[in-house]
Design a protein around this ligand. Structure first.
Ligand code: AKG
Ligand code: FE2
Length: 183
């Protein structure tokens, strides 16, 4: 099974800036985990659900295209739908934004069906320190490239984390593709 797939320029720089601006204008929610439990030791971030932001159909359309191509060419998972809104997460240094080691698959109705995770970098790496996304699937730890617009995809059950942001602010755009649970 492929652990980690990188798609450069899934979004242009201008598109990343546009998505970031929409997110900064929208009211954010404190980040929950699957099933909306809150554990600040595990995650500190603010979330905006893309489906709650007007005029973002093009964002979802692009994400669907990128997932479709990656799944056809690389993963070949049995995917059925996108059952949850994409999320924009803001991790800032003031709150030591981070997300500890976790899997995106949980035992909630939706989280149990997560199969493929896609994360797009939205921020210029010059705007923050720390904040790297690491995926630990096998003996190799993989780090998501920092270029804004670059997307990474990995099986949703793979352990991953966002290390604490120590300066500035990092934004990311995440979406999950769902299907019958792995068996
Ligand atoms: O912000 C990221 O890079 C990762 C987000 C994530 O792992 C999640 O929302 O489950
Ligand atoms: Fe995650």
């Amino acid at each position: 099974m492929i652990a980690f797939h990188v798609v450069p320029q899934a979004f242009s720089l201008a598109e990343c800036a546009q998505i970031a601006a929409l997110a900064l204008a929208a009211p954010a929610q404190e980040a929950g985990l699957v099933r909306r439990a809150r554990d600040h030791n595990l995650r500190r971030a603010e979330l905006v659900w893309v489906d709650d932001v007007p005029d973002t159909d093009w964002v979802m359309d692009r994400l669907i295209d990128v997932v479709r191509v990656a799944n056809r060419e690389v993963f070949d998972f049995d995917l059925q739908d996108f059952a949850e809104s994409p999320q924009i997460a803001r991790y800032d240094a003031a709150r030591q934004g981070h997300f500890g080691w976790h899997s995106d698959v949980g035992d909630g109705t939706l989280a149990a069906r997560r199969k493929l995770t896609l994360v797009t970098q939205l921020s210029d790496p010059g705007d923050y320190s720390g904040g790297t996304l690491e995926v630990w699937f096998d003996s190799n730890l993989r780090t998501a490239p920092l270029e804004p617009g670059t997307a990474v995809l990995f099986p949703s059950f793979a352990l991953h984390r966002v290390v604490p942001v120590t300066q500035g602010e990092r934004l990311s755009l995440t979406v999950w593709a769902h299907g019958a649970p792995f068996r």
